[in-house]
Ligand binder design. Structure first.
Ligand SMILES: O=C(O)C1=N[C@H](C(=O)O)C[C@H](O)C1
Length: 290
């Protein structure tokens, strides 16, 4: 089980590789997971946004958690966090329970999307996830969920015993600044481009899609920062920014999968519809990073 004290460093929302025929490619997944663990990451996040969770079938979802657990186990203990959030409280609790049975150490639970519940409904949603017996990281990403959280809502949820921290993808450093001033549980940055700024405002690390492509550098940025070597951390992060921006210039994880496939880190950059492959201009721009 993951604790709030262990929630620091670089966590990687790992891509879900698919073969050219669309089938799940667990061999590429295992290869990438082991590579990332070897690069010093703090944990693997399976079935997140970057893992294309909306198009992953239930049996695949379970197989991915088990495969991550296996890869993480052979390299000493590296935590596995599974995306379990849906827009139904009942199914979120059930998936969170199942994630624990398949070997996850914590669950990443997104704010319930699409139906735009009230702040009270969202608080109750997170309270119920405590029934699953797995630590929960709350995931606030209003541009995807369609609902903005009030500061008091976030604070109330973070005070729940089973909630160990927050993944902040709000698109600004306002929330992390305020939470760190208030001394709440750890906040991980979920906006790649804001990673350095978030660290400066009190984040304990990041859950960053770009780490699939360059975990080693992001780990180094984090370590420099943690050691108080902020100038070196900023310089290194600034060097990464152009690629980070390209990776998000079309819907994530399409650019990332294209790059990983070109580097032969995964066998194919296949996506499942409605995600679609990147255009030629972006391929050309990214080719200098292959
Ligand atoms: O999958 C994730 O977790 C992340 N998703 C964000 C997104 O795609 O909006 C980006 C972030 O790097 C991590």
């Amino acid at each position: 089980m993951l604790t709030a004290e262990q929630l620091h460093g670089i966590f990687v929302p790992i891509v879900t590789p698919f073969a050219c025929n669309g089938e799940l490619d667990l061999e590429s997944f295992d290869q990438l997971a082991r590579k990332l663990i070897g690069e010093g990451i703090a944990g693997l996040v399976v079935n997140g946004t970057t893992g294309e969770s909306p198009t992953v079938e239930p049996d695949e979802w379970a197989a991915l958690i088990a495969a991550a657990r296996k890869a993480a186990q052979t390299a000493g203990w590296v935590p596995v966090i599974a995306g379990t959030g849906t827009n139904s409280t009942f199914s979120t609790v059930r998936k969170t329970e199942q994630a624990g049975l398949h070997g996850a150490d914590a669950a990443l639970v997104v704010v319930p999307y699409y139906s735009r519940p009230s702040q009270l409904g969202i608080i109750e949603h997170f309270r119920r996830t405590g029934d699953a017996g797995l630590p929960v990281i709350m995931y606030d990403i209003p541009h995807r969920t369609g609902v903005a959280l009030e500061l008091n809502t976030v604070r109330t949820i973070l005070e729940m015993d089973h909630v160990i921290g927050l993944k902040d993808s709000t698109g600004s450093v306002k929330l992390v600044s305020e939470l760190s001033r208030l001394g709440t549980k750890p906040v991980l940055c979920g906006d790649d481009e804001l990673f350095y700024a978030s660290l400066s405002c009190g984040a304990q690390g990041g859950m960053l899609a770009a780490a699939n492509a360059d975990a080693r550098t992001l780990v180094q940025v984090y370590e420099y920062f943690a050691q108080g070597r902020t100038v070196e951390a900023k310089r290194l992060f600034d060097r990464l920014l152009p690629i980070v921006r390209l990776l998000f210039s079309e819907p994530n994880p399409a650019p990332l999968k294209w790059l990983l496939a070109q580097r032969q880190t995964i066998a194919s950059g296949e996506l499942r519809l409605p995600m679609s492959r990147i255009g030629l201009p972006l391929q050309e721009q990214l080719s200098s990073y292959v």
